[in-house]
Design a protein. Structure first.
Ligand SMILES: C[S@@+](CC[C@H](N)C(=O)[O-])C[C@H]1O[C@@H](n2cnc3c(N)ncnc32)[C@H](O)[C@@H]1O
Length: 245
């Protein structure tokens, strides 16, 4: 596997987002839907880290008081700001290792695919700590699932020609142990559980009557949990901080 160091630099992402922003923004906000269905009764303020297109946040902003997107790529934040975002969606250039945000600012913080570019467990621990610092109730962390061997093989083939697919896949239980160790080291009282996300994407490509979209969303979001781990696209780590609702 090739070195991933260039994926940890802003110029790489500035260039990538120049190519993909429009297309990615138009994709279906599956995670935004899942977060709304699972957490919007409990949470009103959201933070997305490594937000890229901000697609999920844009969707969530319809149901929330405030949503903030953070990314260290100035280009993607500029693209997001120029894409007519809703008034309550705020985008900022920030490094997720050191956020210019006060403690416990957001009810829920989340990211998808962001940690998959960090090979070092020490980096993951630092990112986790900083996310914990700014969050009041829930941290939701989506990473590529190593138990889905079909996806691992597929990404391996694509990575030969495109670094974007050169991602880290996480073992569900190892990740859980690593994060539980961090919580214990920091003496943070929280409940951590692993949830499954994705794995039924072909259904999103099938035609659907507009009046049935809401029903499809509810059915899909509630079906992920019944799939075997070998089907799930992402591991969704839910960290519920004690003292939160
Ligand atoms: C896989 S993309 C995330 C895509 C995003 N979930 C979306 O839906 O568009 C990873 C993102 O993390 C950002 N990133 C990488 N390192 C970062 C860091 N240290 N702090 C903040 N953002 C970072 C990149 O600029 C990139 O936009």
């Amino acid at each position: 596997m090739r070195a991933k160091s260039n994926l940890l630099e802003t110029p790489y992402w500035d260039q990538e987002w120049g190519k993909w922003f429009s297309r990615y923004s138009l994709g279906y906000p599956r995670l935004g839907v899942w977060l709304r269905l699972n957490y919007s009764r409990l949470c009103n303020t959201y933070l997305e880290l490594g937000a890229g297109s901000g697609r999920e946040s844009r969707y969530l902003a319809q149901f929330a008081d405030q949503v903030s997107c953070v990314d260290f790529s100035p280009s993607v934040v500029e693209l997001l700001k120029n894409s007519n975002p809703p008034h309550n969606l705020h985008a900022h250039v920030m490094n997720a290792f050191s956020l210019d945000l006060p403690d416990k600012t957001f009810d829920l913080s989340f990211h998808k695919g962001f940690w998959s570019y960090f090979e070092s467990d020490d980096d993951i621990a630092m990112l986790f700590r900083e996310q914990l610092r700014v969050t009041k109730q829930y941290l939701i962390i989506l990473v590529h699932n190593a138990s889905n061997t079909r996806m691992v093989a597929d990404f391996g083939k694509k990575a030969v020609n495109d670094d974007l697919y050169n991602v880290r896949f996480f073992q569900p239980n190892k990740l859980k142990e690593h994060l539980e160790r961090q919580l214990s080291t920091l003496s943070v009282s929280a409940t951590l559980r692993l949830r499954k996300f994705g794995g039924l994407d072909r259904i999103y490509r099938l035609p659907c009557q507009p009046c049935l979209l809401g029903l499809r969303d509810v059915l899909l979001a509630n079906t992920y949990r019944f799939l075997p781990w070998s089907w799930a696209e992402s591991i969704a780590v839910e960290v519920k901080l004690d003292g939160g609702t």
